[in-house]
Write a protein that binds this ligand. Structure first.
Ligand code: SF4
Length: 343
């Protein structure tokens, strides 16, 4: 299929189905896909949108698999599709349910109350694990609030899968470093001694997003500030605490876009996140100088193309591209998501 054919199919299907079809586009998607998105946003925002548009029976999620799963969980009465099942997320895949279960058994062995918290960038099975154990989901925008909720219920949090978001949140909350430990699933007993574990208030799963870490570094920030004197820098909190410190500011994609909006004409801003978002922000705000801290793209997000989007639209109503979540997993994952939505 050529690009032109793909465009024609997408336009015809949108015309034919009207509000019955919704195309969701994550901020990290390419411009040509975003051009056909009915809504653009972060993963949770889009999943919620999917459940709110009543007339839409078909939701096509242009993003990665865990996002489409969340949409399917929050909108069980709709059909959710993904244009490429191989668009996974290395971060989400780092928390494998069997390994998480084993860690949980060790972490809770001393009888301490523990609340499991998962970043929304995780599989439905990990969300369900949290749901089953009185736990909760968080986003990069509300992690601190959710940690506070969890600490009202227990002395210890088991947070997965992004260690950098966990560390950045712990620092914001003033949790001493010696009370934050890293569970390495590759090592026996997570690589932790019983004493270390006993004093831990926060146990972090050793996982990371390769787009944000170790990609962005304090050295990148230093070089950029040297090249553009007076430039402001903001990085996503999936970057490490040293890079966040060097930048002086961090925030979720929604927060980054708020900062762009609040920057006065003539302002200069460097953004440390996926380059599709940064370049689009630059194009949409010609009165500002917006540059990527480093030009990095998410390979999995890039698997979604115009041609694949057109192909999904030709198969609506069939199972070929439909994302389904087993009922018991969906039920438990939903309880963890709903706890977050109530906070
Ligand atoms: S940017 Fe990172 S967290 Fe987001 S989908 Fe890509 S690998 Fe996963």
């Amino acid at each position: 299929m050529t690009r032109e054919e793909a465009r024609k199919i997408i336009e015809e299907k949108k015309q034919e189905l009207g509000r019955g079809l919704i195309i969701l586009g994550h901020h990290y998607q390419s411009d040509e896909v975003i051009a056909y998105a009915d809504f653009v946003g972060d993963s949770l925002e889009l999943a919620r949108k999917a459940s709110q548009v009543e007339e839409a029976g078909h939701i096509v999620f242009c993003g990665v698999f865990f996002m489409a799963e969340s949409a399917a969980i929050l909108a069980p009465d709709k059909s959710v599709y993904i244009p490429d099942f191989s668009a996974g997320c290395p971060l989400a895949d780092m928390a494998e349910p069997g390994a998480v279960q084993k860690a949980w058994e060790v972490i809770t062995k001393d009888g301490a109350g523990v609340v499991p918290v998962t970043y929304v960038n995780s599989s439905a099975r990990i969300k369900a694990f949290c749901g089953r154990h009185g736990g909760i989901v968080c986003t990069s925008g509300n992690a601190r609030q959710i940690f506070e909720w969890a600490f009202e219920r227990a002395d210890r949090i088991f947070f997965m899968p992004d260690m950098n978001l966990g560390r950045n949140t712990a620092r914001q909350m003033g949790i001493p470093e010696e009370q934050v430990v890293l569970w390495d699933p590759e090592k026996e007993h997570g690589g932790l001694g019983s004493e270390e574990l006993a004093r831990a208030r926060l146990v972090l799963w050793k996982g990371w997003c390769p787009v944000h870490w170790p990609t962005f570094t304090p050295e990148d920030v230093r070089m950029l500030k040297e090249k553009h004197p007076g430039i402001d820098v903001i990085v996503h909190p999936e970057s490490d605490p040293q890079t966040v410190d060097a930048s002086g500011r961090s925030g979720s994609t929604a927060r980054i876009l708020e900062v762009v909006k609040a920057t006065p004409p003539g302002g200069k801003l460097a953004i440390g996140t996926e380059a599709n978002l940064v370049k689009r922000a630059a194009r949409e705000n010609p009165s500002l100088t917006i540059v990527p801290l480093r030009e990095v793209y998410c390979e999995d997000m890039a698997r979604i193309t115009l041609e694949k989007l057109a192909l999904v639209l030709l198969h609506l109503g069939e199972d070929t591209f439909r994302v389904t979540v087993e009922p018991d997993i969906a039920r438990d994952a939903l309880s963890a998501l709903e706890r977050m939505l109530r906070v």
